[in-house]
Design a protein around this ligand. Sequence first.
Ligand code: SF4
Length: 177
Amino acid sequence: MLIRGYRWEFCRPPNPQAQHLRGVAYLDKDIGELLPYLNTVLRGDLYCQEPPSLILKYRAKLINISARQIAINILRDEEEAEEIIRWLVEVINETWEKRGKIAPSCRVAPKPRVLEILKLLPRSNCRACGYPTCMVFAVRVSEGKAVSDACPVLSLPRRQALQEYLGKFSRQSAEST
Ligand code: SF4
């Protein structure tokens, strides 16, 4: 068994209208070397090189797995966070046990284009999403580190168009359906 424990920290996103939680689980072991193996097990194209991490969507949450921590966005509550982390720790520990039979992979998924995202945003730089400009927000969405729903002033047609565009690049885990 690789991971035996973790410590949670929770916070609310900067957007004052946000109801959801963001949780970070700090792991008791460094799993940096295991990330390419986890990439193969989870889907095979989730790898992010800078910094080394895996980014996946699971039940409409964005999960970022790096060497010492797992960050999960858009959590309903702490109970949901615990359910997801227990699943991930199980996957990590199983991958650790079976790593001799798994081909590691650093394959990266194609990313959405920042300008295509920006074209669909209001471009008012109002900061309601918690980012200083729409451009910064677009970069974060393109990297898979922010979700399009975090722009509260986006009109419904543009929200749908953005989700349709991002859907072409969706990093869905096999477990997410
Ligand atoms: S992305 Fe939306 S919320 Fe963020 S600054 Fe631009 S308009 Fe405002």
